[in-house]
Design a binder for this molecule. Structure first.
Ligand SMILES: CC(C)(COP(=O)(O)OP(=O)(O)OC[C@H]1O[C@@H](n2cnc3c(N)ncnc32)[C@H](O)[C@@H]1OP(=O)(O)O)[C@@H](O)C(=O)NCCC(=O)NCCS
Length: 204
């Protein structure tokens, strides 16, 4: 396994890899460091010729950067990487590149698309659909049969109520509650979450 990114998120994934006793070849990082992972594992900037057949996980929390890197990488993408303290229902479908951090719960018949991060202590209830390149931050909750479009940030402790729909590219603020529906590319917060004047366009 190779990680792309050597920061804080990568550290958690590296520990997951160790707990699962998976082989670890190192990490790519295009920046100069310092890194959260030991420097000795740094493979340098991304290079498709280094361990070209080893599976890779993109260990970057920023959704847009993760998406851009996914378009670039030539390594095969690893199956979902799940911390051993997380619960994933046998009927849940997690696509390649998904990462699930400690204590998360993913219930029955959930579908999560590629490269989405399910962070520490997140609860994803049954029949939820989550798009690609999302980040559900620590302790956030997606209630049963809710939907989260691709590229969304559901910030720390936010709740998407059962049956609610969050359009693609939305940002839901920390501790906020989406009760019904947010149109695509909306930034919203509060209880209930209200779109803010600073909502952004799809070009941003
Ligand atoms: C939603 C969020 C990204 C908005 O950021 P932003 O657009 O830069 O907004 P600002 O921080 O400039 O805040 C603008 C105003 O909205 C308020 N506000 C922002 N987020 C809020 C929230 N979640 N709940 C209530 N009020 C909020 C701020 O207090 C501020 O009010 P003021 O103008 O009266 O001072 C940010 O507030 C947030 O939730 N961050 C957490 C992200 C997170 O959990 N990341 C996880 C990484 S692991």
């Amino acid at each position: 396994m190779i990680l792309y990114g050597g920061g804080d998120h990568a550290l958690g994934l590296w520990e997951t890899i160790q707990l699962l006793e998976l082989p670890f070849q190192g990490f790519f990082d295009d920046g100069p460091g310092p890194f959260a992972l030991p420097e000795s594992f740094h493979l340098g900037p991304y290079d498709p010729t280094v361990h070209p057949n080893v599976h890779l996980v993109i260990a970057i929390t920023d959704n847009a950067i993760r998406r851009n890197l996914a378009l670039r990488v030539r390594h095969p993408i690893a199956s979902a990487l799940v911390h051993p303290t997380a619960y994933v229902s046998p009927s849940a479908k997690l696509s390649p590149g998904v990462t699930v951090l400690p204590g998360a719960v993913i219930h029955s018949a959930v579908q999560i698309d590629v490269h989405t991060i399910i962070n520490t202590g997140v609860v994803v209830e049954h029949f939820v659909r989550i798009g690609a390149f999302c980040h559900l931050s620590s302790r956030s909750v997606a209630g049963c049969r809710s939907e989260v479009g691709s590229g969304c940030l559901i910030a720390t402790g936010a709740i998407v109520a059962p049956g609610a729909k969050v359009g693609e590219g939305c940002v839901v603020g920390a501790g906020s509650v989406v009760l019904h529906e947010l149109p695509p590319f909306t930034k919203a917060w509060g209880i209930p979450a209200k779109p803010q004047a600073s909502s952004f366009s799809s070009e941003e």
